[in-house]
Design a binder for this molecule. Sequence first.
Ligand code: LHQ
Length: 258
Amino acid sequence: MSTIIQQVRAGVLQLSFNRPEKYNAFNREMALALQEGLDLAKNTDSIRSVLITGNGKAFSAGQDLGEVTGDQPASFDVILSEHYNPFIERIRQLEKPVVAAVNGVAAGAGANIALCCDIVVAAESATFIQAFSKIGLIPDSGGTFFLPRLIGFQKATALMMLGEKVSSAEAERIGMIYRVFADDQLMPEAEQLAATLAQMPTKALGLTKKALNASLHNSWHEQLAYEDKLQQKAAHTEDYQEGVNAFMEKRKPVFKGQ
Ligand code: LHQ
């Protein structure tokens, strides 16, 4: 059985973590499979958005701790440089929207993978735990970068140091995630959201993501110049022509992602 199930429909690539008996904890195979899925999204024009979720009760419990214990524990260096960092880079650099549908507990790297996605939605019963401190580690997978930017330095520090469980309602309230849905509505809503994104002007969404990435380190005047540069690119896309023509002709636009 694959550790990640890939399904493509209506321009959406759904990647479902599939180690439910381990709460979708990451072993090497699953980490490499996630990278492959993200490469497929990058290299396939007809895929215009990505939806990441977990099969079973959990979204992901982070690193499979069985892989770092026992007789032949995997080296931390390998785990970060070959597993986590490459897929965090891929999610942020993919010029297509990535939605995380957090269906259950998201702990350790499992939480931080969700939090680096573009839009995070969660089930009412889902929880987020910066579990690292509980086992003597530091938050990785971009957690120390994204979490303070999402919810502020103070709350991020407390959550990372205390390793407390955060409900999805609280996560929405503090801006950690976009929206919460009733458990039985999460997947229909997340699929609709990803399908809507897949019908939108993909190039403009990709350029928006580039601008947002750059805003995390640019000064405001650098950012204005960067917006100028990216807007010129957006203005040369077919979807911009279609969007503006459709508006003038009072009809619904049909965007092709070009
Ligand atoms: C697991 C796991 C798991 C294996 C649940 N591994 N089996 C980077 C650098 C290098 C190395 C280290 O890691 C990292 C990044 C990281 O992600 S570090 C953080 C690693 N993750 C954790 O420390 C979380 C550990 N898990 C938990 O705290 C709990 O399982 C949570 C809070 C996620 C869920 O609690 P419960 O709902 O009470 O479920 P449970 O504890 O009973 O777990 C269910 C099953 O899943 C159980 O298996 P079993 O056969 O006993 O039913 C667990 O052993 C298994 N599982 N997490 N990370």
